[in-house]
Design a protein around this ligand. Structure first.
Ligand SMILES: C[S@@+](CC[C@H](N)C(=O)[O-])C[C@H]1O[C@@H](n2cnc3c(N)ncnc32)[C@H](O)[C@@H]1O
Length: 284
């Protein structure tokens, strides 16, 4: 074990990737094509010629449905830009924290071509993947699980963290402080979470069901109605590495505590699929 891997992932792995073709190669055969009828994707599909990551290089998202993986990122990018516009932000500088292999980042770079699109991830393999294959206005760097980012104060217009705070087992408020530091006044943060209502809504076909219900502590931390005690519940799988847990918050806690760091512009339940999103604004 090298020390970096206590706070990062795969820092000592020399990457070599196989890649898929561009999204258009997988459009006709996608088994979930019907999910995207409301998404205006034709022009985006034409212009995005970059390869797609293998399922194993994208955190397993959408399994064999490579087009759906691509379309989900486009939908998320558009929701984000729409929310930012509603709050009066026209982004020139964007950061996707925990970007993995660029599910959302690749689209942000296309949707706003003049924009500087940054990503970061604790997993070096994701960082290398993005820097090899994403458009040239994307730059991705490796961070670690201690809350600090090598970016100037008041510099970023929008920051997103999709399915990242759902796994941050420690130092969550310090991460909020760090995101607040880099955002410019009036800047917007889009952070997805699992709440106590996620647990209530969860059915056996959700990706979250197995890792939650098969956890050895689920029986003691959750009652028969899937309620937990306290402000948040951490189901930790490994004690010696980062990104090793599923984390659930009470929405009341989030509203009360996160509003010490940001204005809470909106809380959207199950938006657009399984997770809840907090849309936050750094006071102007
Ligand atoms: C469930 S995946 C979501 C990936 C991506 N955001 C998406 O929606 O496709 C979580 C990602 O967050 C990364 N991650 C976990 N903790 C992190 C941290 N403290 N800082 C940056 N990235 C982190 C993981 O390496 C992983 O790539």
């Amino acid at each position: 074990m090298i020390w970096e891997n206590l706070v990062c992932l795969n820092s000592d792995v020399e990457p070599s990737f196989e890649v898929l073709g561009p999204a258009r190669d997988y459009h006709a055969t996608d088994s979930r094509l019907g999910d995207w009828t409301a998404l205006d994707y034709k022009a985006a599909l034409e212009r995005d010629t970059a390869p797609l990551p293998l399922t194993s290089d994208r955190e397993g998202y959408y399994g064999p449905d490579h087009f759906s993986y691509w379309a989900s990122g486009l939908a998320d990018a558009r929701y984000l830009l729409e929310a930012a516009a509603q709050l009066g932000v026209d982004p020139q500088y964007y950061l996707d924290m925990g970007c993995a292999s660029g599910r959302v980042l690749r689209h942000m770079a296309h949707e706003r071509q003049g924009m500087r699109a940054l990503g970061c991830d604790i997993n070096r393999l994701h960082v290398e993947w993005c820097n090899r294959y994403l458009p040239a206005n994307c730059t991705v760097f490796q961070n670690h699980s201690i809350p600090s980012l090598p970016l100037p104060d008041n510099s970023v217009d929008i920051v997103s963290a999709y399915s990242v705070f759902t796994h941050i087992e420690a130092l969550e408020t310090a991460w909020l402080m760090e995101l607040r530091r880099i955002l410019r006044p009036g800047g917007v943060a889009w952070i997805t979470v699992h709440s106590e209502l996620t647990l209530q809504d969860m059915t056996t076909d959700w990706p979250l069901w197995n890792p939650t219900m098969s956890h050895p502590e689920a029986a003691t931390k959750l009652d028969a109605q899937r309620n937990f005690v306290g402000d948040r519940m951490v189901l930790r799988w490994h004690s010696d590495r980062s990104y090793a847990s599923n984390v659930f918050y009470k929405l009341d806690y989030l509203k009360k505590t996160w509003s010490r760091f940001f204005e809470i512009a909106d809380v959207r339940r199950r938006f657009p699929t399984f997770q809840d999103v907090l849309i936050l604004r750094k006071p102007a």
